[in-house]
Design a protein around this ligand. Structure first.
Ligand SMILES: [Ca+2]
Length: 469
């Protein structure tokens, strides 16, 4: 017996040593790569796999077919800056000071603030685990004089724009009052950044998606032998819209459709690169958008499909987004989930997958989505809070959503945005009425009372961060 035990031990030791030295085992033990692809102002209804009748998105449709499609995926805010801050930190913008206010909803170039240094981004947490980290695309979490650039918030490298493409001060000619379709590019020359330096002050808006994609592909190829985190935040389909020659004039939906088709092709190229480099079995890719469609831009804005309203609003169209998760061999293909999930969950999920410690010294609003992604996990997220600026407007619990206040979408300077207070609150059953048309508060006083308790508890415990912009 003793001899046999010793023999097994020797064999075990031999196997351990041998396998530890083998490159295959090292690769298998490697934490997964994480790629988050974020569109800007893309609506819930703008993709083929979310029901758009004429915009063709074969690559995203295939991604959903090979992966998991969420019907109830939310972002944490209905405009750019707070939504992005929440995705990267896993915290409601009200906690981090990145919520903005009714008057000042996103960061502008002259602002001095930015994402606070005390916050922990996914990039910082993963970099500490040895990940290579890159931000490709729009940041919008720092003003011009702020030091809160991607390279100071955990990213090894950054190639992209500082803000939205309609905020670029580089144009020589005054911008037109309305964001017409296909505007003169001379109005919209863009300042392109490489890390903390201005790379170009007259970048061609038509080639932006293609150049972002080339950068993302190069980053993946250059880092294929170590774990990497790629945050790929597209500039489009935020207005003004520009597509490259290859896509222009092709979509029946017009320029907006051309631009979305080009984004779709970009996603296809990223996934194809992962296939070519044999990284698919160890890479999670998640696709979503930062907020709903900018409806007042008319044909230059997107569609929220069956959902009410769009960008800037806490109606569903402002904050419910396409959400597609892809990891062949790990996520079951062709699954549609109705589980409630949020962009802030990508923080917890990414850290957990990377083996990074989840911070315990602060309130996190994300949850780890692994049980949903890799199994049949249910009910991970209890409630969803809808903030507009620094005010709570609505809360969803289960299928019911209660509105304390409502406002139409983000009108900019074209239409007055009229806020309405609701006392008693409005209540909608999103399962039977996703378009939020039929108030059922009177029929369900117990649900209203229950959600009011959730609101009271949330507001009692909430410690709002110091406003950063
Ligand atoms: Ca946006």
């Amino acid at each position: 017996m003793k001899m046999r035990t010793a023999g097994v031990l020797v064999l075990k030791t031999f196997l351990l040593v041998t396998f530890a030295a083998a490159p295959l085992t090292v690769a298998a033990a490697r934490p997964p790569n994480i790629v988050i692809i974020l569109a800007d102002d893309l609506g819930y209804g703008d993709l083929g796999c979310y029901g758009h009748p004429t915009i063709r998105t074969p690559n995203l449709d295939r991604m959903a077919g090979e992966g998991m499609r969420f019907t109830d995926f939310y972002v944490a805010a209905c405009v750019c800056t707070p939504s992005r801050a929440a995705l990267l930190t896993g915290r409601l913008p009200i906690r981090t000071g990145m919520a903005g206010s009714e008057q000042h909803r996103v960061i502008y170039s002259k602002d001095t603030g930015g994402l606070p240094a005390e916050e922990i981004t996914i990039a910082q947490a993963l970099k500490a685990q040895g990940y290579a980290t890159a931000c490709v695309g729009k940041w919008h979490l720092a003003g011009e004089t702020s030091d809160a650039w991607p390279t100071r918030r955990g990213f090894d490298q950054w190639f992209g724009l500082r803000w939205s493409n309609d905020m670029e001060p580089a144009g020589k000619i005054q911008k037109p009052g309305s964001m017409s379709l296909d505007p003169d590019p001379a109005w919209w020359s863009l300042t392109l950044m490489r890390n903390e330096k201005v790379l170009e002050t007259n970048a061609n808006p038509h080639t932006l998606t293609r150049r972002y994609t080339d950068e993302a592909v190069q980053f993946i190829q250059a880092n294929k032998r170590k774990p990497f985190f790629l945050y790929f935040a597209h500039t489009y389909p935020h207005v003004p819209l520009f597509a490259s020659e290859k896509f222009k004039g092709k979509s029946p939906r017009g320029l907006f459709g051309d631009v979305v088709a080009e984004l779709d092709a970009s996603v296809g190229q990223v996934l194809e690169t992962l296939r070519k480099e044999k990284l698919t079995e160890n890479t999670l890719v998640f696709f979503t958008s930062d907020n709903g469609p900018w409806l007042v831009k008319e044909l230059a804005g997107g569609s929220a499909g069956p959902l009410r309203e769009g960008k800037g609003s806490t109606w569903e169209g402002g904050m419910r987004e396409p959400g597609i998760a892809w990891w062949p061999g790990k996520i079951k293909p062709g699954v549609t989930t109705h589980e409630l999930a949020c962009s802030m969950d990508l923080f917890n999920t990414s850290l957990q997958l990377a083996g990074a410690p989840v911070p315990t010294d602060r309130v996190l609003d994300g949850v780890d989505l692994s049980p949903i992604l890799f199994g049949d996990g249910k009910g991970l997220r209890d409630a969803m809070f809808y903030y507009r600026g620094d005010e709570l407007f609505a809360v969803r619990k289960g299928n019911f959503k209660m509105h304390l206040q409502t406002a139409p979408g983000y009108a900019g300077n074209r239409v007055q945005e009229k806020l309405e207070q609701h006392e008693p609150p409005l209540l909608f059953n999103l399962a039977s009425d996703p378009g939020e048309k039929f108030d059922v508060a009177k029929e369900h006083p117990e649900v209203v009372a229950d959600i009011q308790k959730v609101v009271a508890e949330h507001q009692t415990k909430l410690v709002a961060g110091k406003a950063q912009y």
